[in-house]
Design a protein around this ligand. Structure first.
Ligand code: AMP
Ligand code: MG
Length: 490
């Protein structure tokens, strides 16, 4: 990739390799300036790792850049084209309210997309206003940063900047722009777009770009596209296993919301489960439960199939190629299960494999489902060795299971303390509880009180700390009247 060296006093070192792809893949577009930009949250730690000058960006300079009123040096802003299956239906999409400013070359030699979300209309906006509301952008900031701290691959949030302009949704909301940082924004939907509207040459250009950027080892392979597919399958299997182990529901796993980098992307109606139940759905628009917690691995595989279909025509056309692709897709199941099982063992303090482990774990989850045990707090209580007084913990079947588990731990060479340490590293003391997130957003949006969100971000920044301050954030909401609902929140 070409390296355009442009250091500035704010630390921007932007390259624009995506703009060298065929014109089909993007359209040049500058952000639409806003009335009175004001930085609401700025991620200093992340800015540091990007090589940005915190002092400069914290002031008005940051506000004008993060709101899109001024373009940073070296940036060639563009809207990316993509398509996608939304709830199973194929549609043309594209960045309707986002712009890629460029790729920041980091001091550590990395290359990450800097994207503004909510920066105004583009040629892909269709009926939309190109804008975003403050609440949903703060929500993406909280959840994506929490995911990162949980060790789950994700896009990051650098800043949320209020625009000083209203956005009109069901109610009038304050507008905001999110500055998002990602390994890239290449989606399954980007390949679907190329496959549907591009030539074979254009699709090859995208595939080669993706390989260079995310999977350079595939270049050496005799079938680089198959190697790319295998790598993407592997990363998604690892990612979805991490989601399941943390109780995360993405909520809208459309093919345009699946990044080939293997990062979690596009935080809309996502949320963490409380009571363990694979059928859990929070999103108000997911009426049939397509993206329910327990369906996520199957949906990931479905999306990967859509990705594979775009590659087949440019791969060697023979029966063997089709078989290899099918095999790569089928591998997802085992790759996912192995990662998930290894993660569950760690959550229970188990170091080595035993044939019966799957059974032991399955029995626990079955009981948790029956008694609606809180997913995070069940494992937290195990880690703290402090049994909670729950519907599950008082049962005879749980007592018997607990004995079986303790006997299992007794059969390994590692000590009890080793097990507890392993559990502490794998069972978060806190997750972004839905009521805590709502409380922080309400204070910020309705009262312009940002102290609640700052404290929440601090608590979530080290979820495995088990610090005294985290205790109150582990508790469940007082009354559980109606089930929690999330909205797409555009
Ligand atoms: P999402 O639900 O965020 O994955 O977005 C789905 C599609 O709708 C993408 O193409 C977005 O760019 C587009 N979109 C969402 N909100 C807006 C908006 N306010 N204005 C224009 N396009 C939007
Ligand atoms: Mg999206």
């Amino acid at each position: 990739m070409t390296e355009k060296e442009t250091f500035t006093n704010t630390g921007w070192k932007l390259d624009n390799s995506y703009a060298l792809l065929p014109k089909l893949f993007f359209s040049r577009q500058d952000p639409t300036p806003v009335r009175s930009p004001k930085v609401i949250i700025f991620n200093r730690t992340l800015a540091n790792t990007l090589g940005l000058d915190i002092r400069h960006l914290e002031g008005t300079e940051g506000a004008v850049v993060f709101a899109g009123n001024q373009i940073p040096e070296g940036s060639v802003p563009l809207a990316q084209a993509y398509a996608g299956h939304q709830f199973g239906h194929f549609t043309m999409l594209g960045d309707g309210r986002a712009l890629l400013l460029g790729e920041q070359l980091t001091p550590e030699g990395g290359r990450v997309d800097i994207q503004l979300k909510g920066s105004g209309r583009t040629q892909y906006s269709r009926g939309g206003d190109g804008r975003a509301a403050l609440g949903p952008m703060l929500r993406e900031y909280i959840i994506s940063e929490a995911m990162s701290a949980l060790g789950i691959p994700t896009t990051r949030s650098l800043a949320v900047t209020a625009t000083g302009e209203p956005v009109y949704r069901e109610t009038v909301q304050p507008g905001a722009v999110l500055t998002r940082v990602a390994a890239s924004h290449i989606r399954v939907g980007t390949f679907q777009y190329a496959s549907r509207w591009g030539t074979a040459e254009e699709l090859r250009a995208l595939a080669e770009y993706t390989i260079k950027r995310h999977c350079p080892e595939a270049e050496e392979d005799e079938n680089p596209y198959l190697a790319l597919l295998r790598e993407v399958v592997k990363r998604q299997a690892a990612l979805i296993a991490k989601w399941q182990l943390a109780g995360f529901i993405h909520g809208v796993m459309n093919t345009d919301n699946m990044a080939l980098s293997g990062e979690t992307i596009d935080y809309g109606p996502c949320a963490f489960i409380d009571a363990y139940d694979p059928a859990t759905v929070f999103s108000s628009i997911d009426v049939h439960g397509r993206y329910a917690y327990g369906n996520q691995p199957g949906i990931a595989q479905w999306n990967l199939k859509k990705f594979a279909e775009t590659l087949l025509p440019v791969m060697v056309q023979n029966r063997e190629a089709v078989l290899q692709v099918n095999e790569a897709l089928a591998d997802f199941n085992q790759l996912f299960y192995d990662r998930w099982l290894a993660g569950m063992r760690a959550k229970l303090g188990i170091f080595h494999e035993e044939q019966q482990d799957g059974d032991l774990i399955g029995n626990l989850l079955e009981m948790m489902k029956t008694h609606r045990a809180d997913f995070t707090n069940t494992f937290r209580a195990f880690t703290l060795e402090k049994p909670e007084d729950t519907a599950l913990s008082g049962t005879e079947e749980f007592r018997l299971w607990h004995n079986r588990w303790q006997a299992r731990l007794g059969r390994q060479r590692e000590s009890k303390d080793d097990s507890l340490r392993l559990m502490k590293e794998n069972n978060p003391a806190v997750i972004p509880r839905n009521h805590r997130v709502e409380e922080a957003l309400e204070a910020a949006v309705k009262k312009e009180d940002f102290s609640v969100i700052e404290r929440l971000l601090d608590i979530l920044s080290d979820p495995f700390a088990y610090s005294p301050g985290q205790e109150e954030y582990a508790s469940l909401p007082e009354s559980k009247g109606c089930p929690y609902r999330t909205f797409c929140g555009t």
